[in-house]
Design a protein around this ligand. Structure first.
Ligand SMILES: Nc1nc2c(ncn2[C@@H]2O[C@H](COP(=O)(O)OP(=O)(O)OP(=O)(O)O)[C@@H](O)[C@H]2O)c(=O)[nH]1
Ligand SMILES: C[C@H](OP(=O)(O)O)C(=O)O
Length: 208
């Protein structure tokens, strides 16, 4: 089995621009990427590829192999899958709450495909036992799309239901979950800039 993390640092996480500037967003995604790599390694996954449109931010990467592909996310991943000769675990880089235990459970599925849905209809993790017979289509309601791609390919699916693995960090309110549930460098970075505030019965993000 191999893991692949699609990653683009340049101008990353535009949806966080209301609360972080470009430099901060780029620093933050790098910290999240490193946490995802650590979780994969702690789960015992030795072969980790980062699939990126450029070397930007990856010049000193030593813990994973960097593969360059300037195509968009879907085309780059589908080219990668075409050549795959072993099961592939696709893990997004914005999952600082994904633990080694989640990864072990996802990859021990009995089914052909295991999908971790993300908030709002996305796909946070996709385990493909037979990757060469599968094509991804991220964006939009990619969770539903990935279920139906599996069905059309005759592949059985397990849906891995987890709040923490399902929390990708896309929008300012997701930083609340990181401050509540996270640990490590990505959480520390955000906790230097924001604190939790309770207002109208909800925990919200507030600047220092
Ligand atoms: N290889 C590759 N990875 C990408 C590309 N665009 C995004 N990614 C990665 O794909 C994953 C999901 O991306 P998004 O959640 O949309 O992240 P983003 O594009 O930085 O965020 P937004 O600008 O807010 O949409 C993350 O791991 C990104 O680093 C791309 O063009 N190529
Ligand atoms: C890539 C995309 O991420 P989202 O926009 O849902 O964070 C998806 O999961 O399909």
């Amino acid at each position: 089995m191999k893991a692949v993390i699609p990653y683009k640092k340049a101008s990353a996480k535009s949806r966080l621009s209301p609360v972080l500037n470009q430099q901060e967003r780029e620093e933050f995604v790098e910290l999240m990427l490193n946490q995802v790599i650590n979780s994969l390694q702690e789960a015992g996954i030795e072969k980790i590829d980062i699939l990126s449109p450029s070397m930007y931010g990856l010049e000193n990467m030593r813990t994973a192999r960097v593969l360059l592909d300037k195509n968009d996310l879907n085309e780059a991943l589908n080219r990668y899958l075409e050549g795959a000769e072993e099961p592939i675990l696709i893990v997004m880089a914005d999952l600082p709450l994904l633990s080694p235990n989640h990864i072990k459970e996802i990859t021990s599925t009995k089914e052909d495909v295991c999908i971790v849905p993300g908030k709002g209809g996305g796909t946070n993790v996709l385990f493909l036992r037979k990757p060469s017979g599968y094509r991804v289509r991220y964006y939009g309601s990619s969770f539903l799309t990935h279920c139906s791609i599996a069905a059309k390919a005759g592949q059985n699916v397990e849906i891995y239901d987890s709040f923490l693995a399902g929390t990708d960090i896309d929008e300012p309110e997701d930083l609340v979950e990181l401050l509540i549930h996270g640990n490590g460098a990505a959480k520390d970075y955000i906790s230097q800039k924001f604190r939790l505030e309770i207002s109208r019965g909800r925990v919200r993000l507030a600047p220092f």
